[in-house]
Ligand binder design. Structure first.
Ligand code: NAD
Length: 486
């Protein structure tokens, strides 16, 4: 069987490289494909193509024409839906229902959403008084920023890549994108769809490779990159910020989290359990918004721990195509080692293991995959590593609390600030507590319910800036004020 090679897409052409690396299936450790790592010369070529394109056709094309092309890209994803689903599942091992209901449809929807929004958005206009009485008129226009480096992670590969690409293209920018080395599949298919949709050559370029001393670093260091939009680990964000400081590049960062859920004594118990199951174990805990710290009112604590344990033990780690599968593997053996080290450290630090903590037993080829058991701990103090550091796996720690102000202080005592979920029937409390939490997104009686028009992002170590709706368009455009003396 010939092994597929994922190529780079530069200046409208698909190009391999001298260095190929393996793309491994986390379900069973098998080889899916080989990936062409872009070296410094290829990064230079892609950036040059984008620079040339940015001073030419793309920004000169009318907004409505650009938006039509974005909708064509969405239609192109729909037309090859099954291929996209298959590639996303092969790279990540996630359940079919997750890839086919969330990842791929949202990938297409991101293009439609920003195409519609870009056409309706207005800018500011201020009439001002002047001493001669004639006045002046100020109005703002949006211009493209130029060439944008888009760097994406592996957990929601197509969804998070297109969440950046669509608004950046809508605003007339040119792109050099790098997907995660773990998930090259859907990004390469997307390059084919973009090519077929008639996007002029050089407007969108795709490079494969790693981060440090590889494609990612060469790209973020490049002096002709005007802005960097990055989703990934906080430590990587910090390193990119250091590198970008020299040229004072614009930055948009969506980084790690250590998100909490609070279950108050008046919560709808079933809804809180069901919501917490989703928020802890969705995508095997590999969503930046996943809950890793759960605080339950002391009156419900024992009952909640028992019920969450019972349900966690019913999760099915099956083959992705099976309808029964609701927990996939971790992304790689390397990530599994990190997650298992976190579990072992939690035990060393005195944590009580309620369920899981190890690797599931299989009698087939899944033995060579990157699986881990859904895991719950209790009994740890706030200063221990399981409560301070992001794990990014199917795990939570559950702590009891007695008073509202105490749990708010505890929740805020982390270096991260991405998301929180509150479960209560008292909406006064829902409003009151939400505004005191140091996070960018709060859900009350739900989790991961997303309206794409709303601001999305984190504070502290969880990021810089906001994406979503107008906030994305603001980042991907330079607003210029024009003042006309009348
Ligand atoms: P990562 O930081 O390891 O890698 C992300 C991307 O950055 C990859 O494409 C990688 O190759 C590249 N990269 C790594 N080092 C680089 C460097 N020095 N220079 C340039 N590029 C570099 O993150 P990951 O492991 O792929 O993703 C998981 C992390 O992403 C978690 O921390 C998770 O919380 C976070 N995340 C955050 C959000 C959010 O919206 N806040 C969403 C998804 C994931």
């Amino acid at each position: 069987m010939t092994i597929k090679i994922h190529k780079n897409y530069i200046a409208g052409e698909f190009i391999s490289s001298d260095h190929l690396f393996d793309n491994i299936n986390p379900i069973d450790g098998s080889l899916i494909s080989r990936v062409a790592e872009a070296d410094q010369a290829m990064v230079d070529k892609a950036v040059l193509a984008a620079v040339k394109a940015s001073s030419g056709e793309w920004s000169a094309i009318s907004l409505s024409e650009r938006c039509k092309i974005l909708r064509k890209i969405a239609d192109g994803i729909d037309a090859r839906f099954d291929e996209f689903v298959e590639a996303e599942i092969a790279d990540t091992g996630k359940p079919y229902k997750h890839a086919s209901k969330i990842d791929i449809p949202r990938g297409a929807e991101n293009f439609r959403f920003f195409s519609d929004l870009a056409k309706t958005v207005s800018t500011e206009c201020f009439e001002m008084d002047t001493p001669d009485g004639n006045g002046a008129l100020n109005y703002a226009i949006r211009k493209p920023m130029g060439v944008i480096a888009v760097i994406a992670p592996w957990n929601l590969p197509l969804l998070l890549l297109t969440w950046k690409l669509a608004p950046a293209l809508a605003m007339g920018n040119c792109i050099v994108a790098k997907p995660s080395e773990e998930t090259p599949g859907t990004a390469t298919l997307l390059a084919e769809v973009i090519h077929d949709a008639g996007v002029p050559s050089g407007v969108f370029n795709l490079l494969h490779g790693f981060g440090p001393n590889s494609t990612g670093e060469y790209l973020t260091k490049h002096e002709d990159i005007d802005a960097i939009t990055f989703t990934g680990e906080s430590a990587t964000g910090s390193e990119i910020m250091r590198v970008a400081a020299k040229d004072v590049k614009s930055l948009s960062f969506e980084l790690g989290g250590k998100n909490a859920a609070i279950i108050f004594e008046d919560a709808d118990f079933e809804a809180a359990i069901e919501g917490t199951m989703r928020s802890v174990f969705s995508n095997c805990g590999q969503v930046c918004l996943c809950t890793e710290r759960v605080y339950v009112h002391e009156s419900l604590f024992e009952k909640f721990v028992l019920e969450l344990k019972k349900r966690a033990e019913t999760l099915i780690e099956n083959w992705p195509e099976g309808q029964s599968m609701n927990l996939g593997p971790l992304i790689s053996q390397e990530h599994r080692k990190k997650v298992l080290d976190c579990f072992n450290r939690a035990i060393d630090e005195g944590g009580k293991l309620i369920t899981g903590g190890g690797v599931p037993k299989f009698s087939d080829t899944r033995k060579a995959g990157s699986w881990v058991e859904p895991t719950i701990f209790t009994g740890l103090g706030e200063e221990t590593s399981l409560l301070t550091d992001e794990v990014f796996g199917p795990v939570c720690h559950i702590s009891p609390f007695s008073a509202e102000n105490e749990v708010i202080d505890t929740l805020n005592s982390t270096k991260y600030g991405l998301a929180a979920a509150i479960w209560t029937k008292d909406l006064q409390r829902g409003h009151r507590v939400s505004r005191q939490l140091e996070v960018g997104v709060v859900w009350v009686n739900t989790w991961f319910l997303r309206d794409l028009r709303t601001p999305f992002g984190g504070i502290k170590l969880s990021g810089i800036g906001r994406e979503g709706g107008l906030h994305s368009l603001d980042f991907y455009s330079e607003l210029t004020n024009i003042c006309i003396k009348l």
